[in-house]
Design a protein around this ligand. Structure first.
Ligand code: FES
Ligand code: FES
Length: 209
């Protein structure tokens, strides 16, 4: 019998003592469980409040601070193209499959169609528009021109951004390696041999110092 097993020897618990015990236990449990749970609920409520409707978002793009009001679901790609008129970054698949939307965030290449703008706050974002220094093209841009690395040009900004990062990562030391590490960037025109030549030339120049 549970009551007898849990009672002090010789003192079978009456209803009163059981009620007292339950009250005390309930009080203790209430104290230990309610506080953290309430805290979590408050935090969730706070998050849901922040995530409602357009909110201020501050992005640092190509060295410039840009202030926006965006829905939390806005991708970095849409923020660039639709709100900042930085249309050099292209939207191909919008599903992370083609690489047309490649930009650099803190020096690393990312698919901006898979990245929320709010997640990019406080980071350095570089787009194709920020690659040249005034009239001086980036060496990768020059190499693409020299090797005819584009046909329609639609994939080109993403290819160039990826190429720059690929060389920086030291992932373009052989043709096979460069092909592998550039494989996230698709070109419907099939300009791959020329793109590869451009990337390899820049990698070679850096290797020679
Ligand atoms: S548009 Fe982002 S990967 Fe295709
Ligand atoms: S040059 Fe046309 S898609 Fe690449």
């Amino acid at each position: 019998m549970p009551d007898q097993l849990s009672s002090p020897v010789g003192l079978p618990p009456g209803d009163d003592s059981r009620r007292t015990f339950m009250k005390q236990a309930g009080g203790l449990l209430g104290f230990t469980l309610t506080a953290p749970l309430a805290g979590r609920a408050e935090r969730l409520t706070a998050y849901s409040t922040v995530l409602e409707g357009p909110s201020p978002v501050s992005l640092r793009i190509n060295g410039q601070a840009r202030a926006l009001h965006l829905e939390p679901r806005t991708t970095l790609l849409d923020a660039l193209r639709e709100y900042l008129d930085l249309t050099g970054t292209k939207k191909g698949c919008d599903h992370g499959q083609c690489g047309a939307c490649t930009v650099h965030v803190d020096g690393r290449r990312i698919n901006s169609c898979l990245t929320l703008a709010v997640m990019s706050q406080g980071k350095d974002i570089t787009t194709i528009e920020g690659l040249a220094k005034g009239d001086a093209l980036h060496p990768m841009q020059e190499a693409f021109l020299k090797h005819d690395g584009f046909q329609c040009g639609y994939c080109t900004p993403g290819q160039i951004m990826s190429g720059v990062a690929c060389v920086r990562e030291d992932h373009a030391t052989t043709d096979d390696q460069a092909r592998e590490w550039m494989s996230g960037n698709l070109c419907r025109c099939g300009a791959y041999p020329n793109i590869l030549a451009a990337v390899r030339e820049v990698a070679g120049r850096l290797t020679k110092g």
